[in-house]
Unconditional design. Structure first.
Length: 138
């Protein structure tokens, strides 16, 4: 598979995670806490991770098999792209692995689903634009 085909496949997987986030944005539609913050955060982290990997693959940059958004952002920056605007996405890192196996501390503030979805969409749309692919849909 070519780097560009791989990049497109990753971007489509990121789009699927974004679609899942849209469905989970309002957990009350399915009953209180139907989709936990851990599940929502996991899909947000995955959407961003896959979009960043798509961007790197599109640029033919080899990246490590990691869930660490900081490492992927560093790789984007090392490839010559401005990555400062991506730094706050690192807050999603615990959702990749840690919160898949333990609960978010009850004393922590609940995830702001609207804001997180908007940030993930911004990353996706930026990458899609760089690749000449359609943006996320509403």
């Amino acid at each position: 598979m070519s780097d560009r085909d791989h990049a497109r496949a990753l971007l489509e997987m990121s789009r699927s995670d974004l679609n899942a986030l849209r469905g989970m944005q309002h957990p009350s539609l399915f009953g209180k806490d139907f989709f936990s913050d851990e599940i929502f955060g996991f899909h947000a982290q995955q959407a961003v991770e896959k979009a960043l990997k798509a961007w790197l693959a599109f640029k033919s940059v080899r990246y490590s098999h990691t869930h660490d958004l900081q490492a992927l952002i560093d790789a984007v920056e090392d490839s010559g792209e401005d990555a400062d605007w991506l730094r706050e996405m690192v807050d999603l890192n615990p959702f990749a692995v840690q919160y898949r196996y333990e609960s978010v501390d009850e004393e922590e503030e609940a995830i702001d689903r609207t804001s997180v979805l908007a940030q993930a969409r911004m990353v996706f749309d930026h990458v899609a634009g760089a690749m000449g692919e359609p943006p996320s849909s509403d």
